[in-house]
Design a protein around this ligand. Structure first.
Ligand code: HEM
Length: 266
């Protein structure tokens, strides 16, 4: 199963062009949902206005090499390893889900566009990356959703309470989970049985919800967060401090009470 391109097997019943059009439609839905979200929240306008204001408060003009240094640090630390989430389970779960998803999406695009023609032979690496990516996404996503999300971890809500904010993570888990089950059942060669077809339909529906729901879900954070991290680190380096007052020049003494409980009330 791990070395079988599920989309190639699917060409026995679905023409590659349909799969390719489906992928392009999903990409178009991401663009549409993100643009609608930006227009609705006006966050990009706020972001640039804020950056302009911060520039005026800068105490230092950064040279090109200093800017490159800040940008590289942001890419390596803030973006590639989501350092914003600190050292711990939250960050580990996010990194698993993030890289799992990236592998799953890239290998999907490669297999659907390059290895679905009758004469093509898929190198083993692509289906392996697809399955491993899917499994990582399910593990990271479930870890986050069942144990770490704020409602459960900090607010003591039961794990089965589902709200609109869960749309993104649940749709993300569902796409990978249904995709892997579909691939497994299809690989079992069950002939005309219904099993793999049902999971293919679930896989398609989960994708429609994930990509069609960008406007309503947290999907677009994967574009906003890197921009915000770059802005934050530049503001720290040029002294504008995001228009915040300077740090207090006092000792960090908060009393013993601060040690009573691990901070988890976000
Ligand atoms: C393919 C890329 C990414 C995927 C699949 C992804 C996935 C997720 C998921 C599933 C959540 C949980 C959402 C929820 O609260 O229900 C999340 C939260 C979060 N993500 Fe991402 N993410 C991606 C990229 C990024 C990037 C690039 C950054 C930062 C630069 C980032 C920072 C965060 C932060 C700070 C949270 C809040 C975590 C928390 O509440 O504990 N993400 N992400």
């Amino acid at each position: 199963m791990f070395s079988t391109n599920p989309y190639y097997t699917l060409t026995e019943s679905v023409a590659p062009i349909f799969m390719q059009v489906f992928v392009i439609t999903m990409i178009a839905l991401i663009v549409l949902g993100t643009v609608m979200d930006m227009i609705h929240k006006k966050n990009v306008k706020y972001f640039f206005d804020n950056a302009k204001k911060a520039k005026k408060n800068a105490v230092k003009t950064l040279s090109t090499s200093e800017r490159i240094k800040v940008l590289s640090k942001t890419v390596v630390s803030d973006i590639a390893t989501t350092s914003e989430l600190g050292a711990g389970k939250r960050r580990a779960a996010h990194v698993m889900g993030m890289y799992g998803t990236i592998l799953f999406w890239i290998s999907t695009v490669v297999m659907v566009f390059m290895y679905t023609s009758p004469s093509s032979v898929t190198p083993d690496i692509w289906p392996i990356l697809w399955h491993v990516g899917g499994i990582l996404t399910v593990l990271g996503g479930c870890w986050f959703w069942f144990f770490l999300r704020v409602d459960v971890y900090s607010e003591a809500q039961p794990w089965y309470r589902i709200i609109k904010a869960d749309l993104f993570v649940l749709a993300l888990i569902a796409t990978s989970l249904f995709g892997i089950i579909w691939s497994y059942l299809q690989n079992m060669n069950l002939g005309n049985r219904w099993d793999d077809k049902v999971f293919l339909i679930f896989y398609v529906i989960a994708n429609l919800i994930l990509f069609g729901g960008v406007y309503w879900s947290k999907f677009a954070h994967m574009f906003y967060k890197p921009g915000a991290a770059i802005q934050k680190n530049l503001a720290e380096a040029d002294g504008s401090r995001d228009n915040l007052p300077p740090e207090a020049d006092g000792p960090e003494q908060f009393g013993l009470g601060i040690k009573r409980e691990e901070p988890k009330h976000y």
